[in-house]
Design a protein around this ligand. Structure first.
Ligand code: ADQ
Length: 483
């Protein structure tokens, strides 16, 4: 869906979310006009329902290079405040420092991080622009919630300009072990940037502990468990807040007629397989897509899976396509899928179907509903919402989730078929086990996971974070935003 922007006057906002991306991308039309399309990814998926419920303003980049500033506008009931980036800033701040330095470094250096001084300089400039924009739109005493690795300097920059606001920061990706973090030439500036917040939130307790250890050892600050005393005498809380999804909303979407009909159609289009394996990811080298396809290919070659009755459907939205490692990954997966499908000695439907398309939510819900075995195998992942989404979409205690130990979600979904995705033989065994396990065992596992996901949804996550922020600072604005 897309629509024209509608400009209108933004009132000072008492609740502001700041993220690299707005939830919509600006797409220029040949006629010179522009349209807005939903932008992909976990952060947007997680935040959209919160923003609808809390009536905040959302500050972020509009997803395309632009030189001039756009006015704030309203889209689908959300107040959006665009931050422009020039094409060289997109290259250096977004593709460079964020996605070729920080992203690989924070994901255990699965790909080698690149350290370039000019990228850092642009990161500082763009972070300052975000901070300036927030300083303009935030009401007196507002609650400002800054998201993710692209904006780690904003807390400190904003505090300098607006000491009246309450500042939360949440990191959606893992915070790396200290031994890796200290490779970063700008390690000190980033730690100090984050300490501008009142709360620095992480997906897992391990990330929070790594951060506390670093500020103690590298900055010489006093710490007590999850509290850090800054040089200007403030207390900063560093704590884990595992993110979740709008579980009830998604469950209901999957329960509806439209999703049910689409789920039946999908199975039918795939030749009514006995078993449908499914992978759903942003196309990213952290997600372990080649590993799972390799495992499936070997199972076919060994005759442990019958291509007449089993299909693997992999959906992957292309992302960050101008970063070299991402282009390479896309080619590698294309080749791998082609080779495996080509080796199946028969004419007919290929056993692996691989689609690069971004689907609307109801369609994604239908895919989850249709799948017998969901395969989630990241080599490292902050949380992984896909695993929780699959569980939320089950209508009965059926289906099976194969889940990497190296996702944040694995800490909560203990009853999944847990795997080490580096161990291809182990992964193969787990995929077969998940496929052939008794309905009773599957039901037992799924029941526990459904309870976990439905009880710990995105609203609970947001309330836990905002309640802590309020308790720490106790302002009326914070209370209102925590709603
Ligand atoms: P991501 O790395 O983007 O998120 P993830 O948490 O799995 O990863 O979220 C992906 C989202 O994109 C899901 O909501 C999924 O439904 C959606 N999606 C994937 N493929 C799609 C397709 N083909 N069409 C439409 N939608 C699709 C980052 C971190 C994660 C963390 C989240 C939230 O990397 O670790 O869980 O933020 O904090």
């Amino acid at each position: 869906m897309s629509s024209k922007p509608r400009e209108w006057k933004l009132e000072p906002a008492s609740f502001v979310v700041v993220a690299n991306r707005l939830p919509v991308d600006r797409v220029e039309n040949p006629d010179g006009g522009a349209e807005w399309r939903p932008s992909p990814g976990g952060l947007v998926t997680a935040f959209e329902p919160i923003m609808h419920r809390r009536h905040g303003a959302w500050v972020g980049w509009q997803g395309a290079a632009a030189s001039q500033e756009l006015e704030p506008f309203e889209h689908a009931g959300l107040a959006l405040v665009p931050v422009p980036l020039s094409s060289s800033e997109v290259e250096e701040y977004y593709e460079g420092f964020s996605n070729a330095t920080l992203w690989p470094l924070y994901h255990d250096a699965i790909a080698p991080p690149q350290f370039r001084r000019e990228w850092w300089d642009t990161y500082v400039i763009v972070n300052q622009r975000f901070a300036d924009r927030v300083a303009e739109v935030a009401a007196e005493g507002a609650v400002v919630w800054i998201q993710d690795y692209h904006l780690q300097l904003v807390p400190q920059m904003l505090r300098r300009q607006r000491p009246d606001v309450r500042i939360g920061f949440f990191l959606h990706i893992p915070f790396p072990p200290t031994e890796l973090y200290v490779q970063l030439p700008w390690r000190q500036q980033i730690l100090e940037g984050l300490l501008g917040a009142d709360i620095v939130g992480f997906q897992l307790p391990g990330g929070a502990r790594n951060f506390v250890r670093l500020v103690r050892d590298r900055l010489g600050l006093e710490t007590l468990r999850d509290r850090i005393r800054t040089r200007d005498g403030r207390d900063v809380l560093a704590r884990a807040y595992p993110i979740s999804i709008d579980a009830k909303g998604l469950h209901e979407l999957a329960a509806g007629d439209q999703a049910a009909e689409r789920a039946a159609e999908i199975r039918n289009d795939l030749g009514d397989p006995r078993v449908l394996f499914l992978g759903v990811d942003r196309l990213d080298y952290t997600k372990g897509i080649p590993e799972r396809i390799q495992a499936f290919g070997e199972l076919l070659a060994e005759g442990r899976i019958d291509p007449d009755h089993v299909v693997f459907l992999q959906l992957a939205i292309p992302s960050r396509q101008r970063v070299e490692q991402y282009r390479q990954l896309r080619d590698d997966i294309d080749r791998l899928v082609g080779r495996i499908n080509g080796e199946v000695q028969r004419i007919g439907r290929p056993p692996i179907i691989y689609l690069h398309v971004s689907y609307p939510r109801v369609e994604i819900a239908a895919f989850y509903r249709a799948a017998d075995v969901m395969v989630v195998t990241p080599l490292r992942d902050g949380m992984n919402l896909v695993a929780k989404e699959y569980v939320a979409c089950r209508q009965r205690d059926d289906g099976a989730l194969v889940l990497s130990e190296f996702t944040g979600a694995a800490r909560e979904l203990r009853q999944a078929y847990l795997v080490n995705p580096h161990d291809i033989d182990g992964l193969k065994d787990r995929m077969v086990e998940a496929m052939n396990d008794s309905s009773r065992n599957k039901a037992q596992r799924m029941r526990a996971m459904r309870r976990q996901v439905l009880e710990n949804d995105i609203d609970k996550w947001a309330s836990m974070f905002l309640d802590d922020l309020e308790r720490l600072n106790g302002t009326p604005a914070a209370r209102e935003a925590a709603g």
